[in-house]
Design a protein around this ligand. Structure first.
Ligand SMILES: *[C@@H]1O[C@H](CO)[C@@H](O)[C@H](O)[C@H]1NC(C)=O
Ligand SMILES: *[C@@H]1O[C@H](CO)[C@@H](O)[C@H](O)[C@H]1NC(C)=O
Ligand SMILES: *[C@@H]1O[C@H](CO)[C@@H](O)[C@H](O)[C@H]1NC(C)=O
Ligand SMILES: *[C@@H]1O[C@H](CO)[C@@H](O)[C@H](O)[C@H]1NC(C)=O
Ligand SMILES: *[C@@H]1O[C@H](CO)[C@@H](O)[C@H](O)[C@H]1NC(C)=O
Ligand SMILES: *[C@@H]1O[C@H](CO)[C@@H](O)[C@H](O)[C@H]1NC(C)=O
Ligand SMILES: *[C@@H]1O[C@H](CO)[C@@H](O)[C@H](O)[C@H]1NC(C)=O
Ligand SMILES: *[C@@H]1O[C@H](CO)[C@@H](O)[C@H](O)[C@H]1NC(C)=O
Ligand SMILES: *[C@@H]1O[C@H](CO)[C@@H](O)[C@H](O)[C@H]1NC(C)=O
Ligand SMILES: *[C@@H]1O[C@H](CO)[C@@H](O)[C@H](O)[C@H]1NC(C)=O
Length: 384
């Protein structure tokens, strides 16, 4: 019996280890580039990604190596189940007297599997300037904000962006406007509007950039707006503009259409298809509840061992089953056995007799000793 328990224990352990170490990348492909994990459909080099959009150039001339999106060139700061964060420093500049300059922030997202996430904002810095953003999501859109300063000495000459959590609100010399989900092309237009408020222009230049919301303090000296060198040289935008968040998606179809062709359908066993958006084509795959792994790679998502998270009452035994788990109160306890449920409470003596009769019945029905795991605990701790 001791040996049997030992084997059971080792088998369970081996099972959980093999589930954890299942590969995130296509066989024969790198699982990470430097410190960045690279889960399929992303892949390092040709042949390792699902398609060109997800191909990563792992540049080993850095130590540790750094991951770049081959199709856009930006360095990858993170790969998430629905988006990638990419460093693509971008800065639109307008200098008073030279007219507005228009900057296309990113070219050609419409030919990629990426669109701008609604976590991105247009941030404009300057005084008396209006930043307008026009773009193309499923349909064209436009938005804008006005950055304003009362005087050159406003707030001790220090500008700060709106600091409420959603990015609206009043800043000094800084304003923000959100970018809609699904945007493929963006144009930023800075327009001087000082004549609407006063006769003189407080500072000559203004700037704008697109990136994820910076929740930490973002501030600069207003006087710097008179010296374009500060913003244009010294890699100001590389150091100060935040990463751009790009949503990724599979294909040019929604789930209903994609499922019709199993040759191209990307979601493997035990996973579900999730439409990217009601109005924008494309989809993602997600492991079904109780399963984990990479839903884009064969053999699909694997059963996760929920018991490892101790979901049951301390007086219950946990049994992992495909996609779920069962909590069973030990001898002389009653209840649903769940932590956060009714748990297991000690039963009055008369009930205990009834339960022990149940257990006797189980033994009599020919099940092995192992089916009563409450007995195995002390043995296992003895062995270990
Ligand atoms: C790696 O980065 C270095 C330095 O930026 C650059 O010169 C080189 O071309 C890059 N190599 C590849 C394969 O992209
Ligand atoms: C935003 O800034 C103002 C002025 O500096 C300050 O009073 C307020 O507490 C700040 N709010 C947050 C959420 O940080
Ligand atoms: C930018 O602003 C100028 C001046 O207001 C306007 O003529 C131009 O059409 C705008 N461009 C875009 C792309 O919004
Ligand atoms: C933000 O800046 C204000 C004023 O400079 C400062 O009092 C506050 O501590 C800063 N908050 C954070 C999170 O850095
Ligand atoms: C502009 O900023 C640069 C970099 O900080 C500095 O070297 C230069 O002297 C400044 N120019 C003026 C006119 O203040
Ligand atoms: C700015 O970046 C360039 C390359 O992007 C680099 O060669 C240069 O050293 C950087 N300058 C500073 C001051 O960091
Ligand atoms: C499924 O997709 C493949 C690859 O694009 C294509 O060759 C095949 O004709 C499609 N099958 C159907 C039934 O549409
Ligand atoms: C835009 O939305 C329409 C209707 O909602 C849809 O038919 C069309 O496929 C969408 N276009 C793209 C590029 O997602
Ligand atoms: C995938 O499933 C998890 C848990 O069920 C959920 O939190 C997540 O939002 C889902 N992801 C997508 C893209 O639907
Ligand atoms: C225990 O068993 C006795 C006799 O079989 C029965 O009368 C009693 O109701 C049972 N108690 C419970 C809690 O089931």
């Amino acid at each position: 019996m001791l040996l049997q328990l030992c084997l059971l224990y080792v088998t369970i352990w081996l099972h959980s280890v093999s589930a954890q170490s299942s590969s995130i990348a296509k066989p024969g492909c790198l699982e990470r580039c430097g410190t960045q994990p690279v889960p399929y459909p992303f892949g390092v080099g040709p042949g390792c990604s699902m398609e060109r959009s997800f191909e990563i150039n792992c540049n080993t001339s850095f130590n540790p190596p750094r991951a770049f999106l081959s199709i856009l060139g930006g360095e990858i700061m993170g790969i998430n189940p629905t988006n990638v964060r990419v460093n693509m420093p971008n800065l639109a500049l307008s200098t008073y007297g030279q007219g507005a300059r228009i900057l296309t922030v990113v070219y050609g997202l419409s030919t990629t599997r990426y669109t701008f996430s609604d976590q991105n904002w247009l941030t404009a810095i300057g005084c008396d300037d209006m930043a307008a953003v026009t773009g193309l999501a499923n349909r064209s859109f436009s938005g804008g904000c006005v950055s304003y300063c009362q005087s050159a000495g406003d707030s001790g000459g220090v500008a700060s962006c709106p600091n409420d959590s959603n990015g609206f609100g009043l800043g000094t010399g800084c304003c923000r406007t959100p970018i809609p989900k699904g945007t493929t092309n963006l144009f930023v237009n800075l327009t001087d509007v000082h004549r609407n408020w006063r006769n003189n222009k407080l500072f000559s230049t203004s700037y704008a950039f697109v990136g994820e919301m910076v929740t930490s303090n973002f501030s600069y000296r207003l006087n710097d707006l008179n010296n374009a060198t500060i913003f244009l040289s010294d890699n100001w935008s590389a150091k100060n503009t935040p990463p751009v968040v790009l949503d990724w998606k599979i294909g040019q179809q929604n789930c209903d259409e994609a499922r019709r062709n199993l040759t191209t359908y990307a979601c493997k066993a035990n996973s579900e298809c999730v439409n990217f958006d009601t109005n924008i084509v494309g989809y993602l795959c997600n492991c079904s509840k109780g399963y984990q792994g990479n839903p884009y790679l064969d053999p699909g998502c694997q059963d996760s061992d929920e018991c490892a998270d101790n979901p049951c009452d301390p007086n219950a035994d946990c049994t992992n089953i495909p996609g779920s788990f069962i909590c069973k109160c030990r001898k002389s306890y009653g209840g649903d056995g769940m932590k956060g449920g009714s748990g297991c409470t000690k039963l009055p003596p008369s009930t205990i007799i009834n339960v022990s009769i149940d257990i006797d019945y189980t033994w009599a029905s020919g099940k092995t000793e192992i089916s009563s795991p409450s007995d195995t605990r002390p043995f296992i701790s003895d062995i270990v």
